[in-house]
Design a protein around this ligand. Structure first.
Ligand SMILES: O=C(O)CC1=CCC(=O)O1
Length: 96
């Protein structure tokens, strides 16, 4: 199942820079592992924002919830999820 997930990061201004850097590094390693596994299919920065638009390819809603809730930045993000299905005009083989 494919999902579009938009994540907006809102770190508290009071968080020490060292702690923020550590969380971001852990987040990066987790995100890259999931990209290598194929579950995090796309990861795009939203230009001009501390936000991303991602496409996840997971078994079901429960797997998406597990992945998202384990993001190190999860407590500091606003997240929206949209389920996707194949567009009838798509020419891409991997869209479903
Ligand atoms: O910077 C972000 O958009 C949050 C994030 C998600 C995966 C990652 O490495 O950073």
């Amino acid at each position: 199942m494919l999902f579009q997930v938009e994540m907006t990061v809102k770190l508290p201004p009071s968080m020490p820079a060292e702690q923020a850097a550590e969380i971001k590094a852990t987040e990066k390693a987790y995100a890259q592992e999931l990209q290598r596994s194929g579950k995090w299919r796309h990861l795009w920065r939203v230009a001009g924002s501390y936000a991303n638009v991602s496409i996840f390819d997971v078994e079901d809603n429960a797997e998406l919830q597990e992945i998202i809730s384990n993001l190190p930045l999860f407590p500091y993000m606003e997240i929206s999820v949209k389920p996707l299905c194949r567009h009838p005009s798509s020419i891409r083989e991997d869209d479903s």
